[in-house]
Design a protein around this ligand. Structure first.
Ligand SMILES: NC(=O)c1ccc[n+]([C@@H]2O[C@H](COP(=O)([O-])OP(=O)(O)OC[C@H]3O[C@@H](n4cnc5c(N)ncnc54)[C@H](O)[C@@H]3O)[C@@H](O)[C@H]2O)c1
Length: 277
């Protein structure tokens, strides 16, 4: 099998949620750069328009729908619109997500009142669970309905290393939301395999995006994450493109229920700390 055949996504009908920025934008770009037909979903219509224009100017077959992933009716209508326009649905990236505010420690290791579990705002908890977990369930549900009709497809959810590693400076609701995403992916993979629908997760470590008001751009905030990575740096969004292409193409035809970690070795941190500098 040639390289082109192995990673071929030409003509595939793709949805990416949370695609106007960061990791979702990189997923949408790599699909479009490799000649898929890509519909970008995002809440932020201004940023969405700009992203779609730039992708089209680069020669991509891209278009956008302003949709809130927590709005079930709007999501259902948006999926129907993509199928109406593309005729089918092959690949869905369930990616949209938000940060969960400050953790119980600040980046310098000091206790942070706002992030203490006994101070957490209930509405904030509900919003993070709705956006980062419930919307992934709903996206998988809508994707599975369409993919069953056409003999299969690929669903790729953005989890996080926070699914498997507890973290004091990231807001507490983020951890169970992402652990839920990873476990949901395995459950959905088990159920949907017989329909040739492959479901996998990507678990990023620290990437420079606009999440948490772009705090990764702030050197003070970035330092903790930089120190944890065995590569000594945080990631650029383009560094997620290879895995996205792998999971969307026949190169991963025997992968389902997997989680690919892209974290510059952050999860090796306890070992790194045991190794003298
Ligand atoms: N950046 C990181 O270090 C990192 C690490 C691990 C996991 N992640 C995950 O990656 C995913 C993408 O985050 P990012 O870092 O690229 O952030 P980002 O803020 O740059 O992009 C997220 C996009 O999702 C959109 N969005 C947010 N809520 C939405 C909603 N309700 N409906 C539709 N769109 C919505 C935003 O408008 C934005 O365009 C998230 O699931 C996040 O949890 C990020």
């Amino acid at each position: 099998m040639s390289l082109q055949e192995m990673f071929d996504v030409r003509g595939k009908s793709v949805i990416v949620t949370g695609a106007a920025s960061g990791i979702g934008r990189a997923y949408a770009e790599v699909m479009s750069e490799n000649d898929a037909r890509v519909c970008l979903f995002d809440l932020d219509s201004k940023r969405l328009d700009k992203t779609v224009s730039e992708m089209k100017a680069a020669g991509g077959d891209a278009w956008g729908l302003t949709v809130d992933v927590t709005d079930r009716a709007a999501m259902s209508a948006a999926f129907a619109e993509v199928v109406r326009r593309h005729g089918r649905l092959d690949v869905v990236f369930a990616n949209a997500g938000i940060d969960a505010g400050p953790g119980f420690l600040d980046p310098l290791g000091q206790r942070n009142d706002e992030g203490q579990i006994d101070n957490l705002d209930d509405h904030h908890w509900d919003k993070v669970i709705a956006t980062n977990l419930t919307s992934v369930f709903n996206t998988i549900k809508l994707a599975a309905r369409e993919m069953k009709l056409t003999g299969g497809g690929r669903i790729i959810a953005t989890s996080s290393i926070a699914a498997s590693y507890n973290e004091p400076i990231v807001g507490t609701p983020y951890m169970p939301a992402k652990a839920g995403v990873s476990h949901l992916v395995r459950q959905a993979a088990m159920e949907l395999g017989r329909y040739n629908i492959l479901v996998n997760a990507i678990a990023p470590g620290p990437f420079i995006t606009n999440i948490a008001d772009g705090r990764m751009a702030n050197p003070e905030d970035r330092k903790a994450f930089t120190d944890w990575s065995v590569l000594g740096r945080v990631a650029e969004t383009s560094e997620i493109k290879g895995v996205a292409l792998l999971l969307a193409s026949s190169a991963s035809s025997y992968m389902t229920g997997s989680e690919i970690v892209i974290d510059g070795g952050v999860l090796l941190r306890p070992m790194k700390e045991a190794v003298p500098a």
